[in-house]
Design a protein around this ligand. Structure first.
Ligand SMILES: [Zn+2]
Length: 121
């Protein structure tokens, strides 16, 4: 029971810090990266799994939140017959790429307001 409460608490903190990090992305990239780091660290400490869509928004290298046209530029490229989404972190220059899934709007997650975390059982 006690652990469950702690999990919820961490969940709320992660959501809160994620919002700050996101808000800071256009104003202060150092702070954005700082809060992004806190999100990852709290999740690790509390054995929480950050939702994959949220995780994708955090730069692997500098842990800034990647917001389209603010801290990243996203491109959809045709790669042979399949499509690939590619983006680059404008803060540290780290590049990321993912195969695009058919019939899925990949822009949705970039605009998502909330960090959804799951508790690892
Ligand atoms: Zn980065």
């Amino acid at each position: 029971m006690r652990q469950k409460i702690q999990g919820n608490d961490a969940f709320q903190r992660i959501n809160y810090l994620y919002q700050i990090s996101k808000a800071m992305a256009s104003k202060n990239t150092i702070l954005s990266s700082y809060y992004g780091n806190l999100v990852v660290n709290i999740a690790k400490k509390n054995v929480l799994k950050i939702h994959p869509e949220v995780k994708r928004q955090i730069c692997k290298k500098c842990r800034s939140i990647l917001i389209e046209n603010v801290s990243t530029n996203m491109k959809i490229r045709n790669h042979n017959k399949s499509k690939r989404i590619e983006w680059k972190c404008n803060i540290c220059g780290e590049r990321k790429g993912l195969p695009a899934e058919k019939n899925k709007d990949h822009r949705v997650w970039v605009e998502k307001e909330e960090a959804v975390v799951e508790i690892i059982k």
